[in-house]
Every structure is written in structure tokens, then in C-alpha cells.
Design a protein around this ligand. Structure first.
Ligand SMILES: [Mg+2]
Length: 195
């Protein structure tokens, strides 16, 4: 006697092939929703994160530590970095800027290691950077001003991602358009009060 494996009597449905809205939002949150949003770097609760076991902080450069057109890191940010170091944090700069001399100059001002043309949001360069500097990315705070690059790469490597939503630096036209798209995305995926 032969038996046939019984197939579940399930008609193929188009909806099985697509994610519903809630699943799409879950995916987008996983990729683009920062763990924390601040208006200024100084508002990141570093003491709390230190207690939670974080030991490294990686920072984007342009429009996070200084404006695109500025030539020097603002003093308050230099002091903030010094404070981080005095608490025991390892601090790094990870920039997409292709101007090697500019990034090197800023790293010298902060006395930190950094990299330029980092290919964000692709994560392989950050992973390589972490390998070189023996960084545990899961114990790292990743800070930047853009969701589509900084938050994405931070979330991808399972770091603690912080989005700095400051309007104190003037943006180029392209960056303004990107910021507008990011604001709409953030509004779409931000957890609602009843979540
Ligand atoms: Mg930036």
C-alpha cells in the first residue's frame, strides 16, 4: 500500500507573499529607528550608558561634531569628548567625508583615531575598523546625524544608535532633501504612544 504525503489544503494566496503594514514597520524600525534621539551631543546620558556596560563611542563627523563648512571642532564638543575619555570611553571618528586631510585634522583636534570615506551605510568598513581597533560593536554607542547612513549602520552592527537631531549646522540642498525624507520616515516608524 502506498501512501501519499498529504499537502495542506491551502490555496496559494497573494497576501502570503507580502508583508503587512505592521511587519513592514517592524523591519524599518529594526533598520532605521535609533535607540535614542537627542538635540545635542551633551544630552546623551553617558553615565547611564557607562553603567549599562558601553565602553566605546564612534562618532560621525560632519553635522554631528561640526558643520560641513566649519574648520574647527567647537570647543564644547572638544570638552565633551575629553569628558568621555576621562570616564574611560574609547572614542573614534567614522566619517563618509572623502577629504582625508579634513578628517585627519579633526581627529588631531580631538586626539582620537578615525577614518575617512567610510562607505556608510555599508557595514563592512565599520566591521573592519572595529577589527583593527579591537572594538566590541555591541558595547559601542554609534552617534550620527543621519538615519539613512549613521543609524542604519549602527543598528546593522547591533551598536546602540543615537541620532542627533540638531538644526544648528547649515545643510547643503541635497542634505536638506535627505533630512526631509528622514523626518517623514521617522514619523512613519516612530512607536506610537499606545505601542
Ligand atoms: Mg553627518
Amino acid at each position: 500500500m502506498s501512501t501519499k504525503a498529504s499537502k495542506p489544503n491551502k490555496k496559494p494566496s497573494l497576501s502570503n507573499w507580502f508583508l503587512n503594514t505592521s511587519q513592514i514597520i517592524d523591519c524599518l524600525q529594526e533598520l532605521f529607528l535609533p535607540d535614542e534621539i537627542v538635540e545635542e551631543l551633551e544630552l546623551i546620558d553617558i553615565d547611564e550608558l557607562l553603567l549599562d556596560g558601553f565602553s566605546t563611542i564612534i562618532l560621525d563627523l560632519d553635522n554631528t561634531l561640526l558643520g560641513t563648512y566649519e574648520r574647527n571642532i567647537p570647543l564644547e564638543n572638544i570638552h565633551w569628548i575629553q569628558q568621555l575619555k576621562s570616564l574611560g570611553f574609547r572614542v573614534f571618528v567614522f566619517s563618509n567625508n572623502s577629504d582625508k586631510r579634513r578628517v585627519q585634522k579633526m581627529c588631531r583636534q580631538l586626539n582620537v583615531y578615525g577614518t575617512f570615506f567610510s562607505m556608510k551605510p555599508l557595514p563592512f568598513s565599520l566591521k573592519e575598523f572595529a577589527n583593527i581597533h579591537k572594538i566590541n560593536l555591541k558595547k559601542t554607542i554609534y552617534v550620527g546625524d543621519q538615519m539613512l547612513t549613521d543609524v542604519f549602520v549602527g543598528n546593522w552592527v547591533k551598536a546602540y544608535s543615537v541620532l542627533v537631531l540638531s538644526d544648528k549646522y547649515p545643510l547643503t540642498f541635497i542634505k536638506k532633501v535627505q533630512k526631509d525624507i528622514e523626518q517623514k520616515l521617522l514619523k512613519f516608524i516612530a512607536p506610537k504612544d499606545n505601542d
